[in-house]
Design a protein around this ligand. Structure first.
Ligand SMILES: [Zn+2]
Length: 253
């Protein structure tokens, strides 16, 4: 495929993911933004102040890795700095999805860590989902809040803001946001029923093994985390105190 054909296909796919993101109510009005790499140093992204549900390929912008706009008649999203920080840190990442899905964002607002060891899908496809500190959206300071976690996770909760997920392509990056928000919705429903049943250490290990079989990397393996601590947020729990985060709604037994 020629470079132009790839670019046209990626533009169409980005508009399609925008439509799905809006239809799933992961972004209200003009919220949320999407991007994907066109090359190692050129990124296609959504424009500012445009509903993601009704994007056309010509609405999209391109930027370099410093955020300078290269093409597009509309202004690039102000949150591109977050995407670019991820691309700079992770050469393997080719697509980033940022939005405010209501159930996952409820955890971001409550500063409640995403529980581990409850449901197979988030265990296998997400692993640990860290909480990144709050900074004003659109700033470089905000973009850098993900740096401590970006090599250890592919989905991050942004405190008092929303979520970001990233992968080798847009479809995969979007999935992770979908899995996370569905999981958070189930957790909130289960809590209304009164209790959550947790996996045993052996069951957590089985799901981690399945995650590895599916080809996902997991920092808990290289860190040699024992079975009993797999669901204890080994990557991010040391930062909870300074964020005011704790397992209040979903305390482990
Ligand atoms: Zn946002």
């Amino acid at each position: 495929m020629s470079i132009e054909t790839v670019s046209i296909e990626l533009r169409k796919q980005l508009c399609e993911i925008g439509r799905r993101m809006y239809d799933r109510q992961f972004c209200a009005a003009n919220e949320g933004n999407l991007s994907c790499r066109l090359s190692d140093d050129e990124v296609l992204c959504t424009p500012s102040l445009h509903c993601k549900g009704f994007l056309q390929p010509d609405d999209l912008c391109t930027v370099d890795l410093q955020g300078n706009q290269l093409s597009g008649t509309r202004r690039r999203t102000s949150e591109i700095l977050l995407h670019l920080e991820i691309y700079r840190q992770r050469p393997d990442v080719r697509a980033v999805v940022h939005c405010h899905p209501p159930h996952a964002t409820a955890f971001a607002v409550a500063r409640e860590p995403i529980p581990m060891g409850v449901l197979p899908e988030p265990e296998v496809f997400l692993g640990e989902v860290p909480l990144a500190p709050y900074k004003r959206p659109g700033t470089q300071e905000f973009a850098e809040t993900i740096v401590p976690f970006v090599h250890k996770a592919n989905t991050i909760i942004l405190c008092n803001h929303g979520t970001v997920s990233y992968a080798a392509d847009l479809e995969h990056a979007f999935w992770m946001t979908e899995i996370l928000d569905a999981y958070c919705r189930i957790l909130l429903n289960a809590r209304q029923l009164g209790q959550v049943h947790w996996f045993t250490p052996k069951e957590n290990r089985e799901l981690l093994d399945l995650r590895l079989q599916w080809g996902f990397e997991d920092p808990r393996v290289s860190a040699g985390i024992p079975d009993e601590q797999l669901a204890e947020h080994p990557t991010s729990s040391r930062l909870w105190k300074q964020l005011g985060a704790d397992r209040r709604a979903f305390p482990r037994p």
